[in-house]
Design a binder for this molecule. Structure first.
Ligand code: AMP
Length: 539
């Protein structure tokens, strides 16, 4: 007969994470820079109380378990309350990326069937543009008090503060299965329609435990953590939950993510660690260099969402910040790997350690990885064989919201990334499978080539794309932005590759542009570049 363990079976609910913080880290601060421009501060105790007020208001407004609540908001305390208040009653907090095209936002709101949408005042023009196209939305609620509501607007609006005001004492979070849906986030959908990933209370909680570990993001109560990555980009990589879990001080930066605004906020609030995409850190470093400052409290920047260019890690070090490279994706909640030292790392030569530091890192406990060749067979972990990266684990999506078919292959999620894994388990992304350059039957890493271009002192930004080629099928083209005042030319940049990659991998040409297109999550929009320059060698 099956013998069951005899331990308490308390479901892993997100409300329990906040309840724990309200009891055990009650006076620890959550500081927010509001879109209104001022600084708001309160504690985990206050956040818990107001999240319960919101929960009661949602129930009183007829929101049922499983209903979707949309948000169009920056990182701030009211957004935190929506994370906890909606999920805490068994509803789903659906974070919408406001940087998407309005048509994509309309698609997402309608596909998710959001009943209410909560939004920051700065998104009012967007709401006015899309409201008539979203017939399922019953209420548009602005994150403000009654006095800040616009009069005579085209869309009937409610105020958040008025909605949550009438709550009574004595509310207790409902208990339900940890497998219930808690948050919903759509992939940025650079190809095809955006796809929704529906996280459960269990999957998010387990990812938070995984991400707090010393070999992961090493979160603790003594840190002051500022997630620069937006709360609409894969739940700010889980930080609003994981920081709460460990009782760290949280600093939510709102809408101003330029180098100066971040540096000032970090300094004023004593931020010790943060997380964001490389573009954010490039802006930060540029500002610190311009004003000749080094960081005082800010020590660790998690860099993810796109490859950390090697020169960025060095530039951050110069201003007193250690880059911690991490990899993940919406379907992985998002944390998959973190580049932290393994046993034996310290004994390696400086060059060997530097080669490791640029990799995406080792799988976070709870996540398993493998690389496979074209025939689906697993490839060796030798650090050189590159194959399609597959993942599985406690916080990996099994299917997409509202779709029956599962993307899994033999129980593994195909990430769409191409990677190597070395004998110590360090995974290194060499490309997106759709970006890799297939030249004469060999694969060339577009990331490696753009990293080299970006390490040229006169290049500000660079992208490498595959262009159709009459002889080799595809050849690499660099699309680059010069630094201000630079006149670096094609020959000089191509000569810069000599000795850095095999001769046949050196790009065939360079085109200089004023700027590079970015996706809604701040990544290079290579598809747009391929559309524009894809026939460079054949036209
Ligand atoms: P998203 O779902 O929008 O977060 O995009 C996930 C994709 O971003 C991954 O599949 C990778 O292609 C890319 N990505 C995320 N982190 C990294 C990283 N550290 N290095 C290289 N690519 C990354």
């Amino acid at each position: 007969m099956e013998l069951l363990g005899q331990m308490m079976n308390t479901p892993m609910l997100l409300s329990s994470i906040l309840e724990q913080a309200a009891r055990h880290s009650a006076d620890v601060e959550i500081v927010s820079r509001r879109v209104e421009g001022d600084i708001h501060r309160y504690t985990y105790r206050d956040c818990h109380a107001r999240s319960m007020q919101l929960a009661q208001a949602l129930i009183a407004s007829g929101i049922d378990a499983g209903d979707r609540i949309g948000t169009l908001a920056w990182n701030g305390y009211r957004h935190m309350e929506l994370y906890y208040g909606a999920s805490g009653i068994g509803a789903v907090c659906h974070t919408i990326n406001p940087r998407l095209f309005p048509e994509q936002i309309v698609f997402i709101v309608n596909h998710a069937r959001d009943r209410f949408v909560f939004f920051d005042a700065s998104f009012l023009p967007l709401v006015e543009q899309i409201a008539a196209l979203c017939p399922h939305v019953e209420k548009w609620i602005m994150l403000c008090d009654e006095t800040a509501l616009p009069r005579d607007g085209a869309v009937p609006l409610a105020s958040y503060e008025t909605l949550i005001a009438p709550a009574a004492d004595g509310f207790a979070w409902p208990r339900f299965s940890e497998d219930r849906a808690a948050l919903l986030c759509y992939t940025s959908g650079t190809t095809g329609e955006p796809k929704g990933v529906l996280y459960s209370h269990r999957s998010i909680t387990l990812m938070c435990y995984g991400s707090a570990l010393p070999d992961s993001l090493a979160l603790s109560a003594i840190e002051t953590i500022s997630p620069v990555v937006p709360m609409f980009h894969v739940n700010a990589w889980g930080i609003p939950f994981s920081a709460t879990l460990v009782g760290a001080k949280l600093v939510l930066p709102g809408a101003k993510l330029d180098g100066e605004s971040l540096a000032t906020l970090f300094e004023e609030e004593g931020v010790t660690m943060s997380a964001g995409v490389p573009t954010v850190w490039l802006g930060f470093v540029d500002y610190m260099r311009r004003v000749g400052r080094t960081s005082t409290t800010f020590r660790r920047a998690v860099v993810g969402g796109a490859a950390c260019p090697p020169h960025l890690a060095g530039a951050l070090r110069e201003v007193g910040v250690q880059a911690v490279h991490a990899w993940g994706m919406t379907e992985l909640s998002p944390l998959g790997t973190v580049c932290s030292p393994s046993r034996g790392y310290a004994a390696k030569s400086e060059a060997a350690r530097a080669a490791i530091d640029i990799k995406q890192g080792r799988a976070v406990p709870g996540i398993d990885l493998k690389i496979v060749g074209g025939d689906g067979a697993e490839l060796p972990w030798d650090g050189t064989s590159a194959g399609d990266l597959m993942a599985r684990g406690h916080w990996v999506a099994e299917r997409y919201f509202g779709r029956d078919e599962s993307p899994l292959v033999d129980g593994w999620f195909p990430t769409g990334d191409v990677a190597t894994i070395d004998p110590d388990g360090y995974m290194h992304i060499t490309d997106r499978s759709k970006d890799v350059i297939k030249s004469g039957g060999e694969w060339i890493s577009s990331i490696e080539l753009e990293n080299i271009a970006m390490s040229h002192p006169e290049i500000a930004k660079a992208a490498c794309i595959a262009c159709a080629h009459p002889k080799w099928d595809e050849r690499p083209l660099i699309v680059a932005v010069r630094r201000e005042g630079s006149a670096v030319d094609v020959r000089q940049l191509l000569d810069f590759y000599a000795g850095k990659v095999a001769k046949w991998c050196i790009p065939d040409d360079v085109v200089f542009v004023d700027d590079l297109p970015l996706t809604a999550t701040g990544k290079l929009q290579k598809m747009a570049l391929r559309q524009r320059f894809g026939r460079h060698f054949t036209a």
